[in-house]
Design a protein around this ligand. Structure first.
Ligand code: FES
Length: 174
């Protein structure tokens, strides 16, 4: 065995090092396929879309679903929420967008947004804040009933994913 002041490793040290190296290669060999499986090719991600059935969501309810690994809010807005969103003057908005621009024609009760705060990515809490929409627990940004930034550090509205209605109760996201 090598002494501390002996720079050359002895035979037993060599065996320890060799065994460790074989172990590390073995672990990498086992884990790499798992890691690789979690990282699909970018072209596959670009095509990823989901269809989501809205029929179980009552008026005034929200659900959070996953799309491309992102949380997405799907809210069935009440008539009051819609009226409140439509009544806001554009001059009051930091990131001006009409309620019509935030929804799809004929499906204005549905608000579908990526659920990451545009400040630093926390997930806002629904049915809260001064604007009856969402409030971010991290630094206090508040979003209205159309998901538009109304207060706090978030620079922009909650982001809308690409989506389309296939029928009144089926939406395709992505
Ligand atoms: Fe939402 Fe900072 S992450 S306010």
């Amino acid at each position: 065995m090598a002494h501390q002041d002996d720079p050359k490793p002895g035979r037993r040290d060599f065996l320890y090092i060799a065994a460790g190296a074989v172990g590390a290669v073995g672990v990498a060999g086992v884990t790499w396929p798992l890691i690789n499986q979690l990282n699909p090719d970018a072209s596959v991600l670009a095509l990823a879309s989901i269809e989501f059935d809205l029929s179980g969501i009552e008026v005034g309810q929200s659900v959070t679903i996953k799309w491309r690994g992102l949380p997405v809010f799907v809210r069935n807005r009440t008539p009051e929420e819609i009226a409140e969103a439509k009544a806001v003057p554009m001059s009051d908005l930091k990131d001006p967008a009409t309620d019509e621009q935030r929804t799809k024609p004929g499906h204005e009760q549905w608000l579908i947004m990526i659920a990451n705060c545009t400040h630093l990515g926390c997930i806002p809490v629904g049915d809260s804040g001064d604007y009856n929409g969402w409030a971010c627990p991290c630094h206090g940004s508040q979003f209205d009933t159309a998901g538009r930034i109304r207060k706090g550090p978030a620079p922009t509205n909650l982001v809308l994913p690409p989506y389309e209605f296939i029928s009144d109760t089926l939406v395709k996201i992505g």
